[in-house]
Structure formats: C-alpha cells, structure tokens
Write a protein that binds this ligand. Structure first.
Ligand code: ADP
Ligand code: MG
Length: 291
C-alpha cells in the first residue's frame, strides 16, 4: 500500500522557531515506511462498528470538514461544597487535518477542555459535536468506542503501567478490539519501531528515560491508527532533545493527515502548530494562525 505523502507544501508554508539545540532525528523516513505497513496490517483486522472518517486521501488533505465543534461549552466541577467553573463558554471549530495548539496559564481550563474533546469527561452545558455527531447524546459504550478507535492520547505523566513491558503497554488499546495476541504484538512492535524504540520492546517504563517513556506513550497513542491525536503537555517533563523528538513525531503524524490538538504552556512548543487557541479563565482569549 502506497504511503500517503503530499504534504510537503505544508512543511514549507511555515517556518517554526526551533528551540535552541534541537536536532532532526532522522526518524521520519523510517517512520513513514512503517506507517504504510501498519495501515496495511490494520486493513486486515476486524473493522470498527462505525468506520473511521477518512482523514486524508492520496493527493490533498481534507482540511475543511470540522472534526471538533464546540459551542458555548461550560464545565463545572463540584469540589466538596464548592462549585469550580473550569470552562465558561468555549466555542471553537477544528477542521480535519489541522494542527492546533491550545495554550494558556496553569488553571485556565486546558486539561478540562482536552478531557471533553477526548470524551473522557462530559460538559455541563453547551454542545460538542465530534465528526458531526453530538457527543451529548452518546452512551458510555459509544464514548468508549470513540476513545478507543478514533483518538490517541498523550499525557504529561506518560500514564504507562509500570509492571508491563513497552510492547504490552502499547498493545493495550488493541486488547479491546478482539485482535489475536500475535497481531497485537506485531502492531505494538511496529509502533515502537516507528518511534525509534525497536530495541526497547521488552523494557519496562522504569528502565527507560523520560523521553523514551513518552515515545512508548506515543506508540500506544498511534497503534490503533486514530485520526485525532490529543496531547496534554506532552513535553512538560522532557528535556530539549526529548521535546524535539516528540514534536517531530507529532509533525509526522500531522503530515500523514491526522488532526492534532496539542496543549502546552510553552510558546516555542506551540510554535510547531499551525493555529494557536489561547485560553484564559475558562474562555477563549484569542484564536490565530501561527506566525
Ligand atoms: N476534577 C476536578 N475537580 C475540581 N476542580 C477541578 C478538577 N479538575 C480541574 N479543576 C479545576 O478547574 C480549573 C481548570 O483546571 P485545568 O483544566 O486542569 O487547567 P489547566 O490544564 O489549564 O491547568 C482549575 O481551577 C482546577 O482547579
Ligand atoms: Mg492541565
């Protein structure tokens, strides 16, 4: 199966400000070959109940169909006798294939927003449509299916299970899909190879550096071939080299047509995205194309 490329213009259309000391990893090419194999392999497995929406074709990215439509979203948490309002009316549309950074100070509501976008939590009022479907009307089983099939998550704290080897962590999303163990293992190993960790498949998280652990988490996020990647401060615990590796991987996933939503409070990290949504006190303060 031919690999979908054809996004070189995107790469040239903007010049990110590279953080000092960052180097190209040279993983891109190997990763793209791997992607082709992985997609071919996923074609042979049991298909999802609802087919994935197309997120790219051979020539052009489908950038206009909104994948995320938030309309006046609010979220309040009840903490003891206190109501904390984390989101106070957020409206935004994110198109298929966009790479958006959500930035804002600590406590501004970024993670809350990601939990809602990722169907990990439900909103208090307003509406959220994902690929045109109203998430508010979905059952918990529907939401679990969406999280598993369509969304890849990456968190600041990696969220790996310490007792499991790298490949066992990576295959976890596939265990809910009724795939045979050999198929799961092959896909997990391919995903680890793609993030440059082919020689660490049997290592446990505690035997890996922070940067390597985050690459395991990224392999886990992409093993199910999701169309949407949500990353919440993925570089928050990493040094500049590991930060560069994670951002290069996100660039690669974006170039393959995936929609990326990257939460960060670091402006040089946000500069890798093509659009920046600024959140303050639970509201969108600005929403601009990256310079
Ligand atoms: N589970 C929760 N229970 C109560 N309050 C919460 C919870 N999660 C977040 N909050 C509050 O909501 C606000 C926004 O938090 P969060 O979305 O984590 O912000 P950010 O990710 O931008 O730092 C904060 O005031 C925080 O204390
Ligand atoms: Mg947060």
């Amino acid at each position: 199966m031919a690999e979908v490329v054809g996004t070189t213009e995107n790469e040239l259309a903007w010049t990110p400000e590279e953080p000092a000391g960052q180097e190209q990893t040279g993983q891109e090419q190997a990763g793209q070959e791997q992607a082709g194999q992985e997609q071919a392999r996923s074609g042979g497995t049991a298909g999802p109940a609802t087919p994935l929406p197309p997120y790219s074709d051979n020539d052009t990215l489908v950038v206009n169909a909104p994948v995320i439509e938030l309309d006046q979203v609010t979220k309040s948490y009840r903490a003891g006798s206190l109501d904390v309002t984390a989101l106070r009316g957020v409206s935004a549309r994110i198109g298929t294939g966009e790479y958006v950074a959500i930035v804002g100070p600590s406590g501004s509501g970024k993670s809350t927003l990601m939990h809602i976008i990722g169907c990990l939590d439900v909103l208090t009022s307003g509406s959220y449509r994902l690929s045109g479907e109203d998430v508010g009307g979905m059952s918990e089983a529907d939401l679990a299916e969406i999280r598993n099939r369509r969304i890849g998550f990456v968190f600041q704290q990696f969220n790996l299970l310490p007792s499991l080897s790298a490949w066992r962590n990576v295959e976890l999303p596939l265990t809910y899909r009724g795939m045979r163990r050999e198929v799961r293992r092959a896909r997990a190993v391919a995903a680890l190879d793609r993030v440059g960790l082919a020689d660490r498949v049997e290592h446990r998280p505690g035997e890996l550096s922070g940067g390597q652990q985050q690459r395991v988490a990224m392999a886990r996020a992409l093993v199910g071939d999701p169309s949407l990647i949500l990353a919440d401060e993925p570089t928050g615990n990493l040094d500049s080299t590991a930060t560069g590796d994670v951002l290069d991987l996100l660039d690669e996933l974006h170039q393959q047509g995936r929609t990326i939503v990257l939460i960060t409070h670091e402006l040089d990290v946000a500069a890798r995205a093509h659009r920046v949504v600024r959140i303050r006190d639970g509201l969108v303060e600005s929403d601009t194309a990256a310079s």
